[in-house]
Ligand binder design. Sequence first.
Ligand code: PMP
Ligand code: GLU
Length: 397
Amino acid sequence: MILSKKGEAISPSITLAITAKAKEMKANGIDVVSFGAGEPDFNTPKNIRNAAVKAMEEGYTKYTPAAGITSLKKAIATKLYTDNNLTYAESQIVISTGAKQCLANAFLAILNPGDEVLIPTPYWVSYPELTKLADGVPVFIDCKKEDNYKFKVSILEKYINEKTKAILINSPNNPTGTIYTKEELKELADFAVKHNLFIISDEIYEKLIYGSEEHISIASLSKEVYDRTIVINGMSKSYAMTGWRVGYAAGPKEVIKVMSNIQSHMTSNVCSISQYAALEALEGPQDDLHSMIKVFQERRDLMSSLLDKMDGISYIYPQGAFYIMVNIESFIGKSYNGKIINDSLTFSNILLDENKVAVVPGAGFGLENYIRLSYATSNSIIEEGLKRLSLFVSCIK
Ligand code: PMP
Ligand code: GLU
């Protein structure tokens, strides 16, 4: 059987695969602790669920315009104006099946075969695969530990050539939880303008920030930057709506038009009911959002304080999102019960098989010697999982 070379070159999403494996183990009665899932453990707030029921009862169960319903686009434009100081017309917004489809549409809309996209390492697993699907070439920028794994313009300059088309910025970052400051964003913006690059700015963790740091949308820095930036955001993380599949992109009218046209053939509109739920999420009370942020912060503090007590481990202190990248370098080349730990993947596999803790190997994010733990889970699960991890590492010889 001969299949598409492009399709066959796409690897499955390791984050989704590990989450599914842990869920399956649990369903089979295995007492597994999962730090794999990049999704809030809370149910979607009640007012949002109620809005979905109401939409169904009122018959909003039909096709909508492919790029989304007008009322939701207006609510998104208001959100972008109020929170991010960005002004967009309706024609500059497209609502898609999660931020993931927004990213896919964006790459398909701007890339020609062989065009290069600058992606910082570590990166969220889907960026390279979505770039490749659009015939682009992911170019991984080796970010440095001392820079908190953020882009440095002096390093970026070395990667520029006539094929460089876009730069991808993800702040707050998955998997590191780091946030770009305004000064850092300004430097990146100048770099993008100088080299005439598109900026794809994935801001899906914007609300999940736990200190004095401020989220700044790079598009708001100047008209020149605004004109080349595609802002990506969505409902999944802030409103505990991962299953509803609502994301949105805002950017130059010409780009959004192409993205909408592509989507009109691929999936048509986002589920109509989910769009009405998203409208309530943006326009309704924000109390649940604020209490979720508070809980995530407490969990981050709990998880980091427990990691502090473990020998042989260090980690990137996260300022946002809900992940901690844990450095396991000191265990590489050693063994657990006679099983050799060669890399982050074998570490994660042995940890899951032996001590029933699911984590994502750093290799999935292009960064060896790390594992990613998600703290979008309860305090008791964090305590139990870290007890098991501590026991595991103490037995590595
Ligand atoms: N961007 C980042 C950085 C993510 O971690 C995720 C997680 N799924 C997404 C985009 C896509 O989210 P969704 O498709 O659920 O909106
Ligand atoms: N983004 C989340 C994560 O990184 C959810 C899974 C996915 O969509 O990849 O775990």
